[in-house]
Design a protein around this ligand. Structure first.
Ligand code: SF4
Length: 405
């Protein structure tokens, strides 16, 4: 089943087109102190290399704002042209006015209508941000978040609908806050094609209801994300469930998966994990491809379990670690299907559609060596002492011969 994307208009952020017919973009956010230029540049570079197409940085104070030019310049010098999004809360109006170079260098501003103040103060702060954005030709993401919901909107809905349960009230308050802010920005002169909306909550059914309503009522591109998704696998699974619901309905033009880092950042940086999770979600929904598909059988009584698990792990690690590099060196490598099967009895037939694969001998096989197959046909036996490395070498040779541009 092909997913029909919701119609949205296109916006440009630096050279990146978002919305419309463009691919759904992968976004990430640094967790370094922005003013610490070296570590921030290093993390942005790593995220961009992994495939993050936009990187958001927090601008908390003058030191952060003052560091943005140096960050941009070092990235450009290193050939990293990923668009940078400045994340502003509370005093974004002042920081953008006081640091015109920062306002100029950032490619998009992300603001939260719930953090702009109240009443006339809110309107004044918002207007000042809009003036800077309009003067610099920048796009803005209006990103409502239920942790900092606009109190005025919430209070108004509470007085109008005192019988509503809290979830319904929050859902409508988030929606109203986002739409009111978009209307305010348009009325003040921000062009329609410079705005993107998001409305993040951590309760999945509420998130889905809000985005469905936003999708039905506007044509602005929508940025998807589940806020406070949690740590590790639980966070990634929660985001996957939420994003998949919306993406399968054609909703979403950019996305970010949020993972709370553990005390130990582990073998793979959680920020890199977030980018990979976005890519896997888009790939699993058949919306984009980033990484070769690794297929493997579940194993059974014929499997030599230790050998099989070690083989699958080694090949998976190799593919995941090289996928970003392959996208540049071997355009089209993301369409590759690689198989690791537990035995030769059914292995090759079960994985006939793989481009390249291996069937391990399994338990009690007559041939003690793995069989290599290409395009569904056995093409050789790997007799060396290190068949994992041999298979990796064959995959590399396959990429050189068949996928090289
Ligand atoms: S490929 Fe072989 S080892 Fe794997 S599940 Fe099928 S029969 Fe079992």
């Amino acid at each position: 089943m092909e997913i029909k994307r919701r119609e949205s208009h296109e916006i440009r952020v630096r050279s990146l087109a978002i919305g419309g017919e463009n691919p759904i973009r992968v976004q990430s956010m640094t967790d370094t102190r922005t003013a610490e230029v070296a570590s921030t540049v290093r993390q942005i570079h790593a995220l961009a290399n992994e495939g993050s197409e936009l990187v958001r940085i927090a601008i908390l104070d003058s030191k952060d704002a003052g560091a943005v030019m140096e960050i941009r310049s070092r990235l450009d010098d290193a050939g990293c042209f990923v668009p940078l999004v400045g994340d502003f809360h509370f005093d974004g109006h002042r920081l953008l006015e006081d640091h015109p170079a920062c306002a100029r260098v950032l490619d998009k501003y992300r603001i939260n209508p719930g953090n702009l103040g109240f009443g006339n103060t809110h309107d004044e702060h918002f207007t000042r941000i809009l003036d800077v954005a309009i003067a610099n030709g920048k796009a803005i993401r209006i990103g409502a978040n239920w942790g900092s919901l606009d109190d005025a909107v919430k209070d108004r809905l509470l007085s109008e609908h005192p019988q509503w349960p809290m979830n319904r009230l929050l859902e409508h308050a988030m929606l109203r806050s986002t739409l009111d802010s978009a209307e305010f920005a348009l009325a003040h002169g921000l062009p329609e094609d410079r705005m993107i909306l998001s409305a993040k909550v951590s309760h999945i059914p509420t998130l889905i209801a809000i985005y469905r309503a936003l999708a039905a009522r506007t044509t602005f591109p929508l940025h998807l994300g589940l806020t406070e998704a949690g740590t590790g696998d639980a966070g990634i699974i929660a985001s996957t469930v939420a994003m998949t619901h919306l993406l399968s309905e054609g909703i979403g033009d950019t996305l970010r998966v949020s993972v709370t880092p553990g005390q130990d950042r582990g073998a793979v940086d959680p920020r890199i994990q977030e980018v990979r999770a976005c890519q896997h979600i888009l790939q699993a929904n058949a919306l984009r491809r980033f990484v070769p598909t690794l297929i493997s059988c579940p194993g059974c009584g014929r499997t030599d379990r230790v050998q099989f698990q070690s083989f699958v792990h080694a090949i998976e690690t190799y593919v995941v670690d090289h996928a970003a590099d392959w996208r540049t060196r071997y355009p089209g490598s993301e369409n590759l299907v690689i198989a690791v099967m537990g035995c030769v009895v059914n292995g090759i037939k079960e994985a006939q559609h793989a481009d390249i694969g291996i069937s391990l001998p399994g338990r009690g096989g007559r041939n003690p060596h793995p069989t290599l197959f290409v395009d569904g046909r056995a093409v050789g036996i790997l007799r060396g002492a290190n068949p994992q490395q041999e298979f990796i070498d064959r995959i590399t040779a396959f990429l050189d011969e068949r996928v090289s541009s």
